[in-house]
Design a binder for this molecule. Sequence first.
Ligand code: HEC
Length: 145
Amino acid sequence: MFRKIAITAVLATAVFTASVVAHANVKDPDVQARMELMKKIGGATKALGDMAKSGSIDAAVVVENANALASHAGQIEAAFEKEATDPKSEAKPEIWSDKDGFLKIAAQLATAAQNLAGAPDTLPTAMGQIGGACSACHKTYRIKK
Ligand code: HEC
């Protein structure tokens, strides 16, 4: 019994550590948090992209991921509110000097994800808009490392 509990605890620690290690060298908690948000955005987008590629579209899964993506996109403004910095950050200062432009792309992403949640069969075209918003923002506001 004790043995079983101990093993479960070790596994839980391993899983937890894995998610922390990805940004182990990030010292600023606000930078860490916005990176985690972007990672969640990446996860939902990958799930949608994989489905679009495979051609077998499960509407319920599309709706779930599109809603998650819309919700995460809605958190971009708050996550980047403070001009937090960290040597590991890939955020460009233009995020804060051109906040309107930055937030406009965040809003485009949220709208594209919301529209997709309401019409899951539009996945292939929606992926173009969603991917377009990712790259538009990254191109202007993210440092390529
Ligand atoms: C409004 C701007 C904006 C939009 C839209 C945006 N991103 Fe980002 N993304 C950023 C910025 C800025 C960073 C760098 C943050 C930092 O390092 O401090 C980033 C970083 C990332 C990272 C790296 C996170 C890490 O682990 O450090 C991933 C993955 C990512 N974005 C995926 C996406 C995907 C996928 C989309 C589209 C669905 C997207 N992003 C849309 C601005 C944006």
